[in-house]
Design a protein around this ligand. Structure first.
Ligand code: ACO
Length: 402
């Protein structure tokens, strides 16, 4: 029973809403999401149109600055980013301190936070508009370089420097996959698929990592620190870490003989902590529009690259069985964007523990746009209240009397 007096605050009663299932934290003009109808729009543009016709860098501009760029604006934005793709060599020393077994998300979060040391002006909450924009450009430019470094560290290979004549996605692929000893050909099918995946992940209103970015930023912390915190939130298996967990689960099912029904039964068993990873969503209760686009893309990419992945067949079986099973139907549990993203990343040659880093790469413009909006709206520091359910006042008991 809750003591009603605990719900009082100076301004009335406190709303208790664990997990903020029905509490709006802000007004935002960035992303529109209708979970019942399965609608997602960035700045009013349907996700389907953007995924089909736009590029990731154009979508980043749209999210951050609020409008589709003209040819000239996009050129300026692209070139500004290119100028800043190099990362200070001293950051390599930090990277070298990590064991090769370090998860790349841990490295990414640490190195993004370290950018504050190299650009201390970013700590000033009163940066001019131009300075604040430079902080944004630097982050857009350097995160892919750092992300690729984290991968190279995990395989014990030398890092690749960015090649600025390449576009954003091709440059990332070059830094990931080129070797000093061999030529690396960038496949346009892979570039197109990567653009699409990153667009689909670019923003998703007040999800866990974005809310983290806004909350940390509301204390006037720098953009780099706020995004570093967002990366940590995204790492969780109930959020961005789900794309890695999906592939691990599909591999587990394959190794176990491929009986998807057995795992569906496990997911339904309330005494078993197992959940079908990539199923369910806090907001989408009919379908995830990104999942529809990505499922089609997975088929196209695998066909274009001539990849036959037995895991895709297990995924389809699982989806089919879950969509007709009463447990999943009753709870409106559908495959989410991450159910298929891992399959595409695998086909593109991206290793499993880099999947969540790929999500971070995609979500970056959303985090930046939301952080910028929060600052421009001069939002107050985020500080939720609580309902105290602990002990009433009691006296300290000396050690020898306990
Ligand atoms: N497998 C089995 N049962 C599930 C699953 C699942 N994947 N997801 C939810 N349920 C069940 C719950 O056990 C609960 O059942 P009950 O009513 O009998 O107790 C009911 O469905 C509601 O689930 P909640 O956890 O209350 O829903 P919530 O909105 O809090 O959680 C979440 C959403 C975290 C996404 C959840 O569905 C989940 O854990 N999914 C698997 C992880 C995943 O795919 N995460 C990626 C999210 S998308 C993204 O970050 C891009």
């Amino acid at each position: 029973a809750i003591d009603i007096n605990n719900l009082r605050s100076e301004s009335g009663y406190i709303t208790l809403d664990s997990g903020y299932k029905n509490t709006g934290a802000t007004e935002s003009a960035i992303t529109f999401l209708d979970g019942e109808e399965g609608i997602l729009r960035y700045r009013g543009y349907p996700i389907e149109q953007l995924a089909e016709q736009s590029s990731f860098i154009e979508v980043a501009y749209l999210l951050i600055y609020g409008k589709l760029p003209t040819v000239e604006e996009l050129e300026v934005f692209t070139n500004e980013i290119k100028i800043h793709t190099l990362v200070n060599e001293d950051m390599r020393k930090i990277l070298d301190g990590f064991p090769s077994t370090a998860h790349p998300m841990g490295i990414l979060s640490a190195l993004i936070s370290s950018l504050t040391a190299f650009y201390p002006e970013s700590l000033n909450p009163n940066q001019s508009k131009e300075e604040a924009n430079l902080t944004i450009i630097r982050l857009m430019a350097k995160l892919p370089t750092i992300a690729a470094w984290s991968y190279k560290n995990s395989i014990g290979h030398p890092v690749n420097y960015p090649k600025n004549k390449l576009d954003y996605c091709s440059n990332f692929l070059h830094m990931m996959f080129a070797y000093p000893t061999e030529d690396y050909q960038i496949d346009p099918v892979v570039v197109k698929a990567l653009n699409k995946l990153l667009i689909l992940h670019a923003d998703h209103e007040q999800n866990c990592s974005t809310s983290t970015v806004r909350l940390v930023g509301s204390a006037n912390a720098s953009l780099y620190s706020s995004v570093s915190a967002g990366i940590s939130a995204l790492w969780g298996p109930l959020h961005g870490g789900a794309n890695q967990a999906v592939i691990e689960m599909l591999e587990q099912i394959k190794a176990d003989g491929g009986d998807s029904k057995k795992f569906i039964a496990k997911a339904k068993d309330k005494d078993d902590p197992f959940r079908l990873m990539g199923f369910g969503h806090r907001v989408y209760k009919n379908f995830d529009p990104r999942a529809t686009i990505i499922k089609k893309a997975a088929d196209e990419v695998l066909t274009a690259l001539g990849v036959k992945d037995p895991i895709l067949d297990i995924a389809k079986e699982l989806e089919e069985a879950a969509l007709t099973d009463q447990y999943f139907v009753d709870r409106k549990l559908y495959p989410n964007v991450d159910f298929y993203s891992g399959i595409i990343y695998r086909a593109l040659g991206i290793p499993t523990d880099m999947f969540t880093v790929m999500f971070a790469l995609g979500r970056l413009p959303g985090w930046i746009a939301q952080w910028k909006e929060m600052r421009e709206q001069k939002e107050p520091i985020g500080r939720p209240r609580q309902v105290y359910v602990g002990e009433k006042e009691r006296n300290y008991i000396p050690m020898n009397e306990r």
